[in-house]
Design a protein around this ligand. Structure first.
Ligand code: E4P
Length: 217
C-alpha cells in the first residue's frame, strides 16, 4: 500500500521523504491556507521533493472554471494530480480533464455510489474520508471495503486513496482491505514508528553489548 503525506508543509515533507516510505502528497485548500508564500511555488517545490503524485485542489465550483484551474495546476509539474470535489460540476470536470490525459483525484467522497460515479468518469484516485465518517458515528472503514469490492468487481483502474486518517488502525485496516493508498498527516506517520517494546528491546540490546565490551577490557 502506498503512503502519501497529507500536508502542504515543506518542513514536514522534507523530514519524511528521506525515510523512503513516502509515495506522494495530498493537499487541500485548508492545508494550503495554513502555509505562507505563493501556492503554486509551494506546489512546485513539493513536486521537486517528493517526485510522486501531488494532489492540488481546485477552488472553483463551476465545471468550466474547474477545468481551467485544473489545466493551470497540471501545467506546473508532471507530478500534479488535479483534485476536484465530488459534485455534479466536479464530475463533469473530472470527465473533461481525465479525457485530456490529466490525472484527477475526486475528493470529499462519503459514499460508495459517489466513488462509483467518479470511477466512471476516469478518476485516477478517489478520496473517501474515513475520519470524518467516524466522527459522525458511521464506519469509515465499511466504506473502504465497499469501494474496494466495487472497483474489483468491474476492474476499475481508479485507485482508492484513504483520506482523513486519524489513527494507526486506520492505516492497518486500510491495508488489510486492499486499499491502494493512505494519505496521512505527518504526525500520524510518526506514530507508525512507535512501539514501546521496540524501544525497550533496543535499550536492552545496547546495554548488554556495552556490558560485554566493558567486561572484555
Ligand atoms: C485528503 O485528501 C484530505 O486532504 C484530508 O485527508 C482531510 O483530512 P481531515 O478530515 O483530517 O481534514
Amino acid at each position: 500500500m502506498k503512503i502519501f503525506i497529507d500536508s502542504g508543509n515543506l518542513k514536514e515533507i522534507e523530514s519524511l521523504v528521506p525515510l523512503g516510505i513516502i509515495d506522494g502528497i495530498t493537499t487541500n485548500p485548508s492545508l494550503m491556507a495554513k502555509e505562507g508564500g505563493d501556492y503554486k511555488e509551494i506546489l512546485k517545490k513539493i513536486c521537486g521533493i517528493v517526485k510522486g503524485p501531488t494532489s492540488a485542489e481546485v477552488v472553483a465550483t463551476e465545471a468550466s472554471e474547474m477545468i481551467r484551474e485544473g489545466r493551470e495546476l497540471a501545467a506546473l509539474d508532471d507530478h500534479i494530480v488535479v483534485k476536484v470535489p465530488f459534485t455534479r460540476e466536479g464530475v463533469k470536470a473530472c470527465k473533461a480533464l481525465s479525457s485530456e490525459g490529466k490525472k484527477v483525484n475526486v475528493t470529499l467522497i462519503f459514499s460508495a455510489a459517489q466513488a462509483l460515479l467518479a470511477a466512471k468518469v476516469g478518476a485516477t484516485f478517489v478520496s473517501p474520508f474515513v475520519g470524518r465518517l467516524d466522527d459522525i458515528s458511521t464506519s469509515g472503514m465499511n466504506l473502504i471495503q465497499e469501494i474496494v469490492e466495487i472497483f474489483e468487481n468491474y476492474q476499475f483502474t481508479t485507485e482508492v486513496l484513504v483520506a482523513s486518517t486519524r489513527s494507526p488502525m486506520h492505516i492497518v485496516e486500510a491495508a488489510r482491505l486492499g486499499a491502494d493508498i493512505c494519505t496521512c498527516p505527518a504526525s500520524l506517520i510518526e506514530q507508525l514508528f512507535k512501539h514501546p517494546l521496540t524501544d525497550i528491546g533496543l535499550e536492552k540490546f545496547l546495554k548488554d553489548w556495552e556490558k560485554a565490551q566493558a567486561a572484555r577490557v
